[in-house]
Design a protein around this ligand. Structure first.
Ligand code: AMP
Length: 210
């Protein structure tokens, strides 16, 4: 299969670098990045019906109900002809089961990072509201303070990146998403990648796994 047609899931706790690595897979291999978090935040900003419902869950660091997220992703994925990388989906076994009914996934990459590192990363994270590029004030700062390198928009600190919400998101991750490691491991699809350290080195490990 040509590399451009890869269908990849990036698994890992919040703050593990899924967004950053998905963006590199997009730049490098042209894979379409599908981030449920970005789609939901856009719906919240636009105050759509979906956004109004999703906001309640997202503000607490809870998961948006499976049926909503599955419906959203099914529509996106089944309309795609190109390869893609899923960032933040699936997050529950129910979502993974639903996904398997409408697409075959080639690779599942699990980014492994410990909790203390994750909390530190999210407090230093800044995001672009327009093109969704993610920065880190220390490890990946924008070229110009507070502005996106790609589109020049003002960067913002996600409201759910506050320490209290982050702790809850990590708890939710352990309860609902962590079981997917075994789920995909049993299907012989999973590759573990050390998500700590240099962004380019981590990307190299992902490339080697494909
Ligand atoms: P993220 O940008 O991936 O960290 O997601 C931000 C928030 O969006 C999460 O804390 C959830 O509230 C919601 N969310 C994103 N993806 C999913 C998903 N697959 N299932 C349920 N909720 C999700």
């Amino acid at each position: 299969m040509p590399r451009m047609r890869f269908r990849i899931i990036l698994l890992g706790p919040p703050g593990s670098g899924k967004g950053t690595q998905a963006e590199k897979l997009n730049d490098d291999l042209g894979l379409i990045r599908l981030s449920t978090g970005d789609m939901l935040r856009e719906a919240v900003r636009d105050k759509t019906e979906l956004g109004i419902i999703a906001k309640e869950y997202m503000d607490k660091g809870a998961l948006v109900p499976d049926d909503i997220v599955i419906g959203l992703m099914k529509e996106k994925i089944t309309s795609l002809k190109e390869g893609f990388v899923l960032d933040g989906f699936p997050r529950t076994v129910q979502q993974a089961d639903a996904l398997s009914e409408f697409v075959d996934i080639d690779h599942v990459i699990n980014l492994d990072v410990d909790d203390e590192e994750l909390v530190g990363r999210m407090s230093n994270r800044r995001s672009c509201p327009e093109c969704n590029v993610v920065y880190h004030l220390l490890y990946k700062p924008p070229m110009e303070d507070g502005l996106c390198d790609k589109c020049g928009s003002a960067l913002y600190h996600r409201s759910d990146d506050s320490e209290e919400t982050v702790r809850n998101r990590l708890k939710v991750y352990r309860e609902s998403t962590f079981p997917l490691i075994e789920y995909y491991s049993k299907k012989s699809k999973l590759v573990n990648v050390d998500g700590k350290g240099d962004i380019n080195q981590i990307y190299k490990s992902i490339e080697d796994a494909l």
